[in-house]
Design a protein around this ligand. Structure first.
Ligand SMILES: [Zn+2]
Length: 159
């Protein structure tokens, strides 16, 4: 799936209205849609521009997914520009391919939780962020998936 906005499920657009998805592998495209469709609709959506993409491998061994968050605010000629926010959520398929569907969905929920927390709660660089992301994913209902993930992986897998 390499989607503009066409063909993107309503669930995905409801939760992340400004999303662009670059997932050309049907397995992960389907799992992403399943994952997002389970996130409770009552929550505040991720408003900022969000890129979701697949890469075959990352530079850090054991990392299955990574969410980066960029906010820029700058002034030009004295006029203050508004903050520009961008999330990039990257999934590394070499490692994801070793996981069950359930565990992959846990990784996706965890990374989306990072994006949500980065946007709505002050981002802090600490282990606490990992716990917060797992906690939010759990609140979204992904406790069984998170359990499957921890059963299938070594503690090495992070972020
Ligand atoms: Zn994380």
């Amino acid at each position: 799936m390499d989607a503009g906005r066409e063909g993107m499920a309503d669930d995905l657009l409801a939760f992340i209205p400004n999303v662009s998805v670059n997932i050309d592998n049907p397995r992960y495209g389907m799992l992403l849609h399943q994952c997002v469709s389970r996130i409770p609709k009552s929550g505040i959506p991720i408003q900022l521009e969000t890129r979701i993409r697949l890469k075959s491998k990352g530079s850090l061994p054991g990392v299955v997914g990574l969410t980066t968050f960029l906010v820029e605010g700058y002034s030009s000629r004295g006029s203050k520009r508004g903050a520009i926010g961008l999330h990039t959520v990257t999934f590394y398929t070499r490692l994801l391919s070793q996981l069950s569907d359930k565990a992959v969905m846990a990784v996706m929920a965890h990374e989306l939780a990072h994006a949500w927390l980065n946007e709505h709660i002050r981002p802090e660089a600490s282990k606490r962020r990992e716990e917060d992301a797992d906690l939010l994913a759990e609140m979204w209902g992904f406790e069984p998936e998170l359990r499957a993930l921890s059963e299938e992986t070594e503690p090495l897998i992070a972020d």
